[in-house]
Design a protein. Structure first.
Length: 290
């Protein structure tokens, strides 16, 4: 693991005051020397973050300084067979409270034919409500896999990366970007059988995102078996401001290869969120569903 270099703060040396007449120290000088010694000042300097968990703790604290945050969200998902690709894109916004369960997202998805569908989701406490297209609100379970896939939650990503960091292999790499403006926490996997990494938290997240498509393939007559599926690659990156440690962005990019009739069906997904700053409004269920 590459860690970010520590920052060294200059220590001010105490100035001893003397009496010109007899060279004796005043009580005030003794007090200053006692309370302002280099050792004391050094002990009061905050320890520079080194490990992934150090940075995640600072990110959690920094994001808690505001009651809520706003993020922009973009995503793309595609399935390719014999050179034919079927894809959908998503653009939206997300407002997320800190310290309580409250989230509001809304956006537009566009399929390969150019058909657009609006989507809006509220999660407040244990309650979830979803509106798709012209349909009315319907109650949903926020913990259901389908809803977890719909909710892009960059603040909850801190806990996800903490889980990654606590594995025996220490899977999160920490790097400081050129110029030192940001710090990146990154999890990367190359191509390998899904069964070889199925117990890893980041692989479970990718597999959960893929499950709805896998079920659609099964319905269409394509056998999708975990032991045969290959993870073509995965990269998940959490970017923090190097000074404030606030979350700047989060990105998840992965793919799967599904063997079928001597070929591979390719599934790819990219999702990213960018911090747009603190949100000052209220996040609560709309009046027509309360």
């Amino acid at each position: 693991m590459r860690t970010r270099p520590g920052r060294t703060a200059a220590l001010a040396l105490p100035v001893a005051l003397t009496l010109a007449a007899c060279g004796a120290e005043t009580d005030d000088a003794k007090t200053r020397e006692t309370t302002s010694s280099p050792a004391r000042e050094a002990s009061e300097q905050p320890r520079a973050p080194e490990s992934a968990e150090d940075f995640l703790d600072l990110a959690e604290k920094a994001m808690a300084e505001e009651p809520a945050w706003s993020f922009s969200v973009t995503g793309e998902e595609g399935l390719t067979l014999q050179g034919q690709k079927s894809a959908a894109t998503y653009e939206g916004s997300l407002r997320r409270a800190v310290g309580r369960v409250a989230l509001h997202s809304q956006g537009v998805s566009t399929n390969s034919k150019g058909t657009k569908k609006t989507e809006e989701l509220y999660v407040v406490g244990d309650a979830g409500y979803l509106k798709e297209g012209a349909a009315g609100w319907k109650a949903v379970s926020p913990v259901a896999p389908e809803m977890r896939n719909k909710v892009e939650d960059p603040i909850a990503v801190v806990d996800a990366f903490r889980t990654y960091a606590r594995t025996a292999d220490g899977e999160v790499k920490v790097t400081e970007t050129e110029g030192g403006d940001t710090v990146e926490l990154r999890v990367v996997s190359g191509e390998q059988k899904l069964s070889a990494v199925q117990d890893r938290a980041w692989a479970k997240k990718a597999e959960r995102e893929f499950d709805p498509t896998a079920e659609q393939l099964r319905v269409a007559g394509v056998p999708v078996e975990d032991g045969q599926v290959t993870l073509s690659g995965l990269e998940e990156v959490l970017v923090l401001d190097a000074t404030s440690y606030r979350i700047e962005s989060h990105r998840l990019d992965f793919g799967f290869l599904i063997p079928y009739n001597g070929q591979d069906i390719t599934f790819e997904q990219k999702v990213s969120e960018a911090n747009q700053g603190p949100y000052r409004g209220k996040i609560e269920l709309p009046a027509d569903v309360r």
